[in-house]
Design a protein around this ligand. Structure first.
Ligand code: ADP
Length: 546
């Protein structure tokens, strides 16, 4: 459902008068063409995932007026991006770059500072600059989504050779997802680790190419990420140090077949033993992909029915026996944990690995390999199968329908792949959800030597009370986790200061270094102030943190 929000005048950036703003916008229109600048002075429309707004967070957890853009600008080239950055320095207007703005659960397209001008790179900069079937690499602009790259590879007849690693939802930008260190589910699931080469516009307007891209005439930019000297790519991910205008990405060779499988485990307490079993298999690459271990509440919710279908009251948790009853009626059957994995290679290679996994998983009493061969075509299992074999999908969105006006926001701590860590994180999140009366949707995504616990809170964004409960629950979980030594790998705009604050070793030495970099690279503090908790000098110590 779309909820228009009131909006008559643009949300001006603090310290910029209405008159100065009008002058600045007129200047920007001259620079880029009036048709490429839009002032946000109409009602805010929420839309949905594929038709999402670029003016605010359609899944806002705060007051509607908090994370709102004053205008949106659409550069068409790297030179345009440089012009926008120089314009921002001249008028001291904060700008906030997005690639496509489908970063839902972490802030969508919204800027951290109210009234920033959103630089929407994805609208016009959507070229696939190269796909190499020899090197298994590509070079893309910010507006290239996982769907677009996948479709282009098919169109060029390379689909049986090259795979794109895709995240849970394929509509997002490859660059946007990668710079925010998102993950996918093939063996190339760590997007940041598999990228090679960036082109970046710095906050003062210069353009740099990292790695081999700095060597004129080179042909190795997408094949060797490091080049010579300090490896600077890292400072352009989860930061506000530059605007990425091109990125190289490695592509996975078609492994010659794949097979997805599903195991279920009956008891909540099976978690610790199961994680202990997964670790050595994952590190040795017997379990080859970033697999998901999902909780039964999520198995039920991803079927797309609202919770009122199972339980009438709109407050409090859906009782566990009702969830189990619903799961029992589904093709997967009753369980507490469902492990979705995929094995790769020709059948004889897969058979060896599947046998090893089977022997290990079935050691857990009550473990079951689910026969998926008779699953209907729209069963969630097939969505995981597509994603784990490089085909983008949108099925995951269905759990948003759990509550009316369903929105989501994530708590995403990382830990080693250990039973004790899984149990500790699970327990603290479960307890906080119970206290705040929120249904609990945990899933463990197992990387190579670590796992991300992703807990999505699904809330009704029209309810102030549900929003407040969700935010309080998140803040409690971040604090509880930090006390036990756990940190988040990524977070929503609203939690960035809190999460950054937990990375405080040695009197906040890391943040001090980030601030030094910020002040050197962005002396006027115009680029995405506050993103990932990094505030430029002009903003520091003035109450911007939340
Ligand atoms: P997606 O559409 O893939 O979900 P977004 O465009 O929403 O991703 O990007 C996620 C976040 O990463 C943005 O909010 C922004 O802060 C940052 N970001 C995205 N693209 C760029 C870019 N090209 N340069 C710098 N930062 C970016």
């Amino acid at each position: 459902t779309a909820i228009p929000r009131r909006r008559e005048v643009p949300a001006l950036p603090q310290g910029v008068t209405a008159e100065a703003f009008q002058t600045a916008i007129a200047d920007l229109r001259t620079l880029l063409g009036a048709e490429h600048v839009e002032v946000v002075d109409k009602a805010l429309q929420d839309g949905w995932y594929m038709e999402h707004p670029n003016t605010h967070d359609m899944m806002t957890i705060l007051d509607d007026e908090e994370f709102v853009a004053s205008a949106v600008v659409y550069p068409g080239s790297t030179e345009d991006v440089q012009a926008v950055v120089r314009w921002a320095n001249k008028h001291l207007v904060p700008i906030f770059p997005i690639s496509m703005g489908r970063n839902l659960g972490y802030g969508g397209a919204a800027p951290r500072v109210r009234g920033s001008v959103v630089v929407d790179l994805g609208r016009r900069m959507r070229q696939i600059l190269d796909i190499s079937g020899d090197d298994f690499t590509c070079l893309v602009e910010p507006g290239v989504s996982f769907y677009a790259l996948h479709d282009e590879i098919q169109a060029r007849g390379l689909g049986d050779q090259l795979w794109v690693d895709v995240p849970d939802l394929g509509g997002g930008s490859i660059i946007g997802n990668t710079v925010d260190r998102g993950v996918g589910y093939t063996p190339y699931g760590d997007h940041w680790a598999t990228h090679s080469g960036l082109e970046v516009v710095l906050p003062t307007g210069e353009v740099v190419r990292t790695g081999m891209g700095a060597l004129p005439g080179n042909n190795t930019w997408q094949a060797f990420p490091y080049g010579f000297g300090p490896f600077s790519d890292g400072i352009f991910s989860q930061s506000n140090f530059g605007i990425v205008t091109k990125m190289g990405m490695t592509l996975m060779p078609n492994p010659g077949g794949h097979e997805s499988f599903l195991y279920t485990f009956q008891k909540e307490e099976d978690l610790a033993q199961l994680i202990e079993i997964i670790r050595p298999l994952r590190i040795r690459n017997i379990l080859e992909n970033v697999a998901q271990l999902r909780h039964v509440t999520q198995s039920v919710a991803v079927r797309g029915l609202p919770r009122t279908n199972f339980y009438e009251p709109i407050d409090g948790l859906v009782p566990e026996d009702i969830i189990h009853e619903a799961a029992a009626k589904s093709p997967t059957g009753d369980h507490t944990w469902a492990y979705y994995g995929t094995t790769y290679g020709p059948p004889e290679v897969r058979a060896l690995k599947l046998a090893a996994v089977d022997a290990a998983f079935l050691k857990i009493p009550g473990a079951r390999k689910v026969d998926t061969s008779t699953f209907p075509a729209d069963e969630y299992f097939w969505s995981r199968d597509r994603i784990a074999s490089g085909t983008p999908d949108l099925h995951e969105l269905r759990w948003c329908q759990w509550v009316p006006n369903g929105s989501h926001i994530a708590f995403s701590p990382v830990s080693p792949i250990r039973g004790a860590d899984a149990t500790a994180l699970y327990a603290l999140a479960k307890q906080r959800h119970a206290e705040h009366g929120i249904d609990f949707f945990p899933a463990f995504c197992v990387g190579l030597r670590e796992m991300h616990l992703i807990v999505e809170i699904v809330f009704d964004r029209t309810s102030a009370q549900k929003k407040a409960a969700a935010l309080a629950c998140l803040r409690d979980m971040v604090d509880d986790a930090a006390k036990l030594g756990y940190g988040e790998y990524r977070t929503h705009l609203v939690l960035m200061d809190q999460v950054a604050g937990t990375y405080s070793w040695n009197d906040g030495a890391l943040m001090k270094m980030h601030e030094t970099l910020k002040d050197a690279l962005d002396p006027n503090g115009i680029l995405a102030p506050g993103r990932c908790g990094i505030w430029p000098k002009r903003y520091r110590g003035r109450g911007w943190e939340m």
